[in-house]
Every structure is written in structure tokens, then in C-alpha cells.
Write a protein of this length. Sequence first.
Length: 366
Amino acid sequence: MHGTTRTHRADVAAMRQPTIAAPLLLPPVSFRGHALTPIALGRDTPPLLQVIIDAEEEFDWAGPFDRRNVAVENLAHQEKAQRIFERYGIRPTYVVDYAVASQEQGFAPLRAILARDAADIGAHLQPWINPPFDDAIELSHATRYSFPGNLPPALEHAKLRALTERIEANLGIRPKVYRAGRYGIGASSFEIIEALGYEVDASVLPRIDLSDKGGADFGAVGPEPFWFGSGRKRLGIPLSAGFTGVFASCYRWLDKTVNYPLVEAARVKAAASRFGLFDRICLSPEGFTLAEQKRLTRRMLARGQRLFNLSYHSPSLLPGSTPYVRNEKELAAFLDRLEAYLVWFAGELGGCFTTPLEIKRLLEER
């Protein structure tokens, strides 16, 4: 696509103000003992897109959870995508973990972005690198306790409080947006979030069951935003993830089946995707093509969804740090997919760019 066309569409998107039409409260759903109240945004609401980036350390994605892995060189590379966001009038939210919040190499690049008032800051709790530590508990089952919500409530609270305070000390902002590491929301997580003053949770992976990995079963939670907490004063915004293909409605059992290690190794998952039978897609330039992201977005729009959440991990901007970007060529393709999706969302869909906190404010005003 020509640069002049992209610039024109960026200008149009930046001028377009997000609005919410006729939100409707849906029947509550139960999740880990909590009543979540989904919100259906009216069909006159334009498509709304927010960007949330997991700002975290580089680590071996195939290795064990190791608290010594705290290198944050990748934060100096965030301007590669940040320039795209600013060109399009997008204000991303960087959810920051302890490795980033506690080291100048991590937080200094974000402070430079904040100095331009070009981003928001949230928190991202990765328990294995976030003090305080209780080795008797955490090392007894490292995988289980890599999900924050599986920790004893007092330890989960203490870790998130330590992270919150470190972000405030080094970035000068009290974070209001939270995303649990590994989407690890547990039975006590919402109370902890509320107690520490968070306004928005962005941890839910809708309709996906992570219980076989030790995580939460989100099977009952859809992609709609939802109110939670005392007096329904906190907002949950799930990731944009879903199922496409002829057998998409059978996701509850098919997703587990095709992602079972032996089945995946037999290439059944790839074949199901290639032939349009079944696919799980997340709205992310990591591991998903532009065509797949468009397909997911169109399907969600057709089903009434109006709020979309594009996410990725900050180390993907440092080649060789994630499986998604292994070299400079793949980085260029990553950034091109990212920009092309933003152009398409603003241009063809007539969408608007927003932030988690702005969505909460707009809903409160209704």
C-alpha cells in the first residue's frame, strides 16, 4: 500500500472519536466464584481497537521458569512499533512486569515515550521473577505457580503490590490496567485487583480452557467486556481471540483435541486450519497472518462484537527473543503486518482507536 494512502487513512482515524452506542447488560456469567456482567455494545458503535503490549524480559520460551532471566534489552527497540502507533494516533498500553519496572534499561525507554504523552502504563504480574518469593510454595510446582491466580491469595497480593509500587516509583504512574502473566486469573485475583486500585483487567482469554496447563478455564467467558467487583465498578476487557472455520461452533472439544501435543505433532492442527475446518486465532501479529487477523475480526464483527484488543509481547521487537521474530526479515514482516492491520481496521472497517481506560470512561458515561 502506498505511503500517501496510509498517511491519509491515519489522519482520518486520528480525527475519528470513539463512541459507544446503547450498551446492554447481558445475564451474568460465573467465573471462579465471581459474577461477571457482560456488556453488549450497540451495533451503531463503530469498531473500536485498543493495543496492549506485554512489556517483559527476554527468556527461553521453551525453558523452565527461571527468575534469573531478567534481561530487558528489548525495551530499547519499542520505538520501532511506537512510531507506527503515533503515526496513526494510537495510544498503546504497555503492561509492565517487574524486570522492566525495576531496571533502568527497562523503564527508561518507556519514560521517554511517556514524556511525549504517547502511551499508558499498566501492570503485568509474572510471579517467577516478581518478589516477594516463597520458595517452599513456588518451587514445589513451578508451572502451576507461574499462573498468578494459583498462588495463595496473600502472596499474589504481595507480589502485585510490590510490582505496583515499583512501577509508580520508576515510571511516575500508578497503574490502573492489569494483565496477569499467562492469563493467570484466579479465585482471589479480582478482589486483589480492586483492593490495589486497578480499574481494568485485560487477562481473560475468552472461550479458551487452559486448565490442562494449570491455568484458568475461560470457557464460560465470552469476548464482550464485562463489569466485575463491588458495585460493578471495575471493567474486564478480554483479549480478542476466537475460532473460525466450518466447525468453529464445536470449539469446546475441538480446541483441546487439535492442540493436544500428539495430535499437533501429527500436523492435524495445521491441516484443519489450511482447509478451513477449524482454527484458533488471536488478534496479534505474533504467529498470525494478516489474512487470519482480518478473518477473526470479520467473524467477531458479524457476531456483534465491537471492541477489539490487539496484543503482542515486547521482546518480539528484538529478533531472536521470541519464536515469532527470529531475524531481521521476520521483524520487518511483523511490523508490516501490524501496520497493515491498523490501516485496514481504520480504513475498510471505519474503526476508531481507543484505550482500556477510555473505554471504561465511555461506558461509565452511558
